[in-house]
Write a protein that binds this ligand. Structure first.
Ligand code: NAP
Length: 299
């Protein structure tokens, strides 16, 4: 049931994700950071006054403060000790500097740290920040922006079921969330993290195909985007195998089987598999490149 926090006009749903008097900090208020803040605020999991955010430039800080109504600052050292949860949403190459600031700013041992950095393992995160700090690693994707994200989460050293439950609530505010074992993370980054880019490429190609057979481009794109959305919803809602759903569309001697055979001739299955395989290999390499503060980051 929603409750009003004393002195605040907003409501926070019970049970909250923050202990009394603690804050939620977002380090790196870019696309993903601000998306998460919006999701959390709209879901009523935190109030504006419980949230602070930081970015590299003052212009980003100003824009986030104006758009989201939360406290922002480039120098967040005084806020670190107030945090119950910190979402680390900067780029992987910035984690060395960020962890150095956390270390010197009185980060409490019970503060839950959540990283969305692509390819950076909990073992790597723990090594960058001495002490018994708790890290949850998350792999979200950009459809979080429209609340249709897919996020996988896993825990590092000392993470409890309660930590994971809180992280699940955070990412469920912007889509779906699953708890996974960490050894799957590179594959997940390559599949659902990079996945929107694959889908956009397929949509672009299909829209071109529509133009080829005489449709206006705007109409072709609308047809393709809604068809992709609806097909995804059919898979989710029916729980049926995609092959079985495909059979429903494929009438004997009809046009769909002709189109499907052309896709098979073009080796669509192995091309997609090889794409995900290559992305998995690359993300593993990127993860190895994250360096502690003071060491030069590989580009
Ligand atoms: N986008 C995706 O599809 C996706 C999916 C999964 C995971 N991720 C991960 O999400 C993270 C953020 O991605 P994004 O797309 O949101 O990037 P983004 O829009 O570029 O946001 C990064 C933010 O970090 C800020 N920043 C830079 N250096 C900083 C520092 N030293 N301390 C604090 N903040 C700093 C930047 O500030 P300024 O704005 O002032 O430069 C910017 O606001 C990345 O690690 C990425 O691997 C992204």
């Amino acid at each position: 049931m929603p409750v009003t926090i004393a002195g605040m006009s907003e409501t926070v749903n019970q049970p909250g994700i923050l202990a009394s008097g603690r804050t939620l900090g977002v380090i790196g208020a870019g696309v993903m950071g601000t998306t998460l803040i919006k999701g959390l605020l709209d879901a009523g999991l935190v109030s504006r006054r419980q949230v602070w955010a930081t970015a590299k430039t003052q212009s980003t800080c100003d824009a986030v403060a104006e758009n989201l109504g939360v406290q922002t600052t480039r120098d967040y050292r005084e806020l670190v000790a107030t945090a119950g949860i910190i979402l680390v949403c900067c780029k992987p190459g910035q984690i060395g500097g960020v962890s150095a600031i956390l270390q010197e700013s009185g980060l409490r041992p019970d503060t839950m740290l959540v990283s969305i950095l692509a390819g950076v393992s909990t073992e790597k995160l723990e090594s960058l920040l001495p002490g018994e700090h708790v890290w949850v690693r998350a792999i979200p994707n950009t459809p979080c922006v429209v609340r249709e994200g897919m996020t996988a989460i896993c825990g590092g050293r000392g993470v409890t079921a309660e930590h994971l439950a809180i992280a699940e609530r955070i990412f469920s505010s912007v889509g779906r969330c699953s708890v996974v074992e960490e050894h799957y993370c590179n594959a997940i980054t390559a599949l659902s993290g990079s996945g929107p880019a694959y889908m956009y490429l397929v949509m672009e190609a299909l829209a071109d195909a529509g133009v080829r057979v005489g449709l206006r481009r705007d109409l072709a794109l609308e047809l393709v985007a809604q068809t992709m959305l609806g097909s995804a919803r059919m898979v989710q809602d029916s729980g049926r195998h995609p092959a079985s759903l495909r059979d429903d569309v494929t009438t004997p001697a009809g046009c769909t089987i002709g189109g499907l055979l052309m896709l098979e001739d073009g080796k669509i299955r192995s091309v997609l598999a090889r794409a995900v395989e290559e992305a998995t290999r690359i993300v593993a390499e990127l993860g190895k490149a994250a360096k502690p503060a003071g060491q030069k980051q590989a580009q």
